[in-house]
Design a protein around this ligand. Structure first.
Ligand code: ATP
Ligand code: MG
Length: 416
């Protein structure tokens, strides 16, 4: 993509009311646009990052048997009355409205009840199970506080998956497969090392649920880490019983600030009993479905990555989710023909390039923009680099650059 055609511009200052580092950097670099507190739009650059995160999540969900669908944002009141969750005293984040005929509708803050209602229409016997359905959906939540940038939005994208199983054995196998898939996802996104599976409060059915918590200074949560065992405990369940269950001592734990990037729940058959969600077994008997629910905060993960991987110059994207692999920066009053040629060749080789072909922008400003935008590999083509034998190559994080012959650039990038 040609930067001269990108409608977003970088800016030196973030809006004065924006206190979160992730949003400050993302706004300054042109990835997001702040509509109001807790509500952000994603520009062409931001969308590329989101789509990369979604692609990784989609691949891992498909690999364990997930089927992608998309539910609606407008939801019926009756769908939520059955489980008692229409009530604002029970769920305090509802946005609600009315149709012209005064019928109340809710804006989807979650889709558990809605998915169950739909799958009910298609489930009759045990032969139809398991069903594992997921979506990427914009959730709308009237959050009280929205000071963490895209880490806590009033409108945000979540991947939510729902598993319907015959019995606890089938459920457990899928629950475990999801844990492994989540680990792969966070590894691929680049936050795996700092992301811990965390024991959190369970349901009427289970002692614990599991959260995936990433160590991050900007975190709103505190968890207690056990480094040796690679597990963490949410403070809400930190008590003598939990310590005994997990076989660890209080003084082996270290308190850290974290962000919840995902969570998984086992509902057992509780929700199915509430909603009469059943199937018939091989003896023709009515059985309740075992339910699980599995979330990942897609936009939140993007914010966490920015919080964790940035320096005083800007964002440092992990290659797996960067909007482009290469930032090709051409210098000079006229864009050198060699830069155009490099752009054509890299693009033809399937390498994603942001080509800074802007004229009338000083070199210092182009470099500052490249650092702020944070693409992993930078190639500079200028009169000087050409005199020195080709283009200058530098990774986003190194301070040294090297000269690469024009004919070797594609190979250099492919192996970088
Ligand atoms: P939190 O405890 O942070 O409020 P939650 O327990 O309400 O989150 P769920 O409703 O289970 O979260 O949502 C699943 C995932 O969606 C969370 O693990 C988190 O990554 C993400 N998420 C939840 N709320 C928000 C939000 N307001 N903005 C962005 N992401 C969110
Ligand atoms: Mg939570």
């Amino acid at each position: 993509m040609r930067q001269s055609q990108l409608f977003t511009k970088t800016r030196k200052e973030a809006p004065s009311d924006e206190v979160a580092k992730n949003a400050q950097l993302l706004i300054r670099a042109g990835y997001v646009y702040k509509v109001m507190a807790g509500v952000y739009a994603y520009t062409p650059l931001g969308l590329r990052v989101l789509e990369n995160i979604k692609r990784i999540v989609r691949e891992e969900m498909d690999a364990i048997g997930g089927q992608e669908l998309i539910m609606s944002s407008l939801q019926k009141k009756s769908t939520w009355e059955e489980t008692g969750r229409w009530d604002d005293d029970v769920v305090d984040v509802w946005f609600k409205s009315k149709l012209k005929d005064d019928t109340e509708v809710g804006f989807g803050w979650s889709h558990e009840e809605a998915v169950i209602e739909m799958i009910k229409q298609h489930l009759s016997s045990y032969k139809d199970l398991p069903i594992n359905a997921y979506q990427f959906q914009t959730k709308l939540r009237n959050e009280l506080r929205a000071k963490s940038g895209i880490i806590r939005g009033r409108e945000f994208i979540m991947k939510d998956m729902y598993s319907c199983s015959i019995d606890s054995e089938q459920h457990e196998a899928f629950y475990e497969a999801t844990i492994q898939a989540y680990k792969k996802i966070y590894n691929r996104i680049g936050i795996g090392e700092d992301t811990y599976m965390t024991f959190a409060s369970g349901s009427a059915f289970t002692k614990f649920s599991h959260e995936f918590q990433t160590i991050c200074d900007a975190g709103e949560d505190t968890v207690f880490l056990h480094c040796g065992k690679n597990i963490a405990i949410n403070e809400e369940v930190l008590n003598d019983q939990t310590l005994a269950d997990l076989g660890i001592a209080r003084d082996e734990l270290e308190a850290v600030k974290t962000v919840e990037v995902g969570n998984i729940f086992n509902f057992g058959i509780q929700k199915s009993e509430d909603t009469d969600f059943t199937f018939t077994n091989d003896k023709g008997e009515k059985q309740y479905v075992h339910l699980g629910s599995y979330g990942i905060g897609i936009t939140r993960v993007m914010g966490v990555v920015v919080e964790k991987f940035s320096d005083d110059k800007g964002i440092v994207w992990p290659e797996s989710i960067a909007p482009f692999k290469v930032h090709l920066v051409a210098l000079g009053e006229n864009i050198p023909a060699e830069a155009e040629q490099v752009y054509t060749e890299l693009t033809a080789a399937g390498i994603e390039v942001l080509f800074d072909d802007r004229t009338g922008v000083m070199p210092g400003e182009k470099f500052a923009d490249a650092d702020l935008i944070g693409i992993p590999h930078r190639i500079v083509v200028s009169e000087r680099s050409l005199k020195n034998g080709g283009a200058e190559y530098k990774s986003r994080t190194s301070t040294e650059s090297e000269i690469v012959a024009l004919t070797d650039i594609a190979a250099k990038i492919s192996h970088a």
